[in-house]
Ligand binder design. Structure first.
Ligand SMILES: C[S@@+](CC[C@H](N)C(=O)[O-])C[C@H]1O[C@@H](n2cnc3c(N)ncnc32)[C@H](O)[C@@H]1O
Length: 272
């Protein structure tokens, strides 16, 4: 027989652990969603109850279960050419300046399967020429291990490519299976992927980025974690550099270190 009070307390333990550990915030209105997602982890690891799952999550020996809970709790939906107005601003207003630099350094924080990273590589190849990729490093990071492995493979189902122009898909991706396409090696060489948690600040980069893309993740965080994240990003983006968020995520409410130019587009002050 299931002890409902123990289940409820197990749920709350995991919810609070997720918020503390990786900033993913589940409000009460999303209780059913998280319960359903945790159910997947319970089935995969034959864990009979939320109370038992909470015990596993609190046990540092159970690293694999912890990672599975983080993966289940995160929303990984992404695709090439997402929110293309912001990408168009980057292409037309930021890339010409970056073309004059010895190296282009971009960071896609919370990149999921890497669609944004490869989209940026294609924009650079199209705008500045393929040779520019040899001076380009695009780093994609995400907290979830499975999405980082998929990003590294560079293989995508056709549905994640639907929003990009067909001619560019034919130029930069090759068919590798039924409805599967792989990004060409010249693009992949400019892109690297790492597992990294945005909750752990300061971020461990020696060199600054000219632009960071932190899109469609901040709205899963509580306000204090949004503030901490965008301030920590300001520390690793050069003065006058850029932060791109989703058009629905308003950095103006989060930090004075970023000057918002338009929805989803912010610039770091020269001195901040
Ligand atoms: C909806 S996807 C966004 C992907 C891409 N940036 C885009 O705009 O399409 C959100 C991603 O944020 C990641 N994420 C959630 N919390 C994170 C954290 N604390 N640190 C790093 N990544 C996180 C999830 O694993 C997920 O892949």
């Amino acid at each position: 027989m299931i002890d409902q009070r123990a289940e409820s307390s197990g749920y709350e333990t995991i919810r609070d652990w997720l918020s503390r550990r990786c900033a993913i915030h589940y409000p009460e209105a999303k209780r059913d969603l998280l319960t359903q997602r945790l159910g997947r982890v319970q089935r995969a690891y034959a864990i009979p109850s939320l109370a038992a799952l909470a015990a596993a999550v609190g046990d540092s020996q159970q690293h694999e279960v912890q990672l599975a809970v983080i993966h289940a709790a995160s929303t990984n939906h992404t695709y090439f050419w997402r929110e293309h107005e912001v990408l168009e601003f980057f292409r037309a207003s930021v890339l010409p300046d970056l073309a004059r630099r010895p190296q282009i350094r971009l960071w896609s924080a919370a990149c999921s399967t890497g669609d944004e990273v490869y989209t940026l590589a294609i924009l650079i190849a199209e705008t500045l020429g393929m040779a520019a990729l040899e001076q380009t490093q695009i780093l994609g990071t995400d907290i979830s291990e499975p999405v980082i492995s998929r990003a590294e493979s560079g293989i995508f189902p056709a549905r994640q490519l639907q929003s990009m122009p067909a001619a560019l898909r034919a130029k930069y991706l090759v068919p590798v299976g039924i409805e599967q396409f792989q990004v060409i090696p010249a693009l992949r060489r400019a892109c690297t992927f790492r597992r990294m948690n945005l909750k752990v600040t300061p971020f461990p980069f020696r060199n600054t980025f000219q632009a960071a893309f932190c899109r469609n993740v901040l709205y899963y965080f509580a306000h204090e974690d949004q503030v901490a994240t965008v301030n920590a990003i300001a520390d690793v983006v050069e003065p006058g550099g850029w932060l791109f968020t989703s058009v629905t995520e308003n950095v103006r409410d989060m930090s004075h270190r970023w000057k918002v130019l338009d929805s989803g587009i912010a610039r770091r002050a020269e001195r901040s």
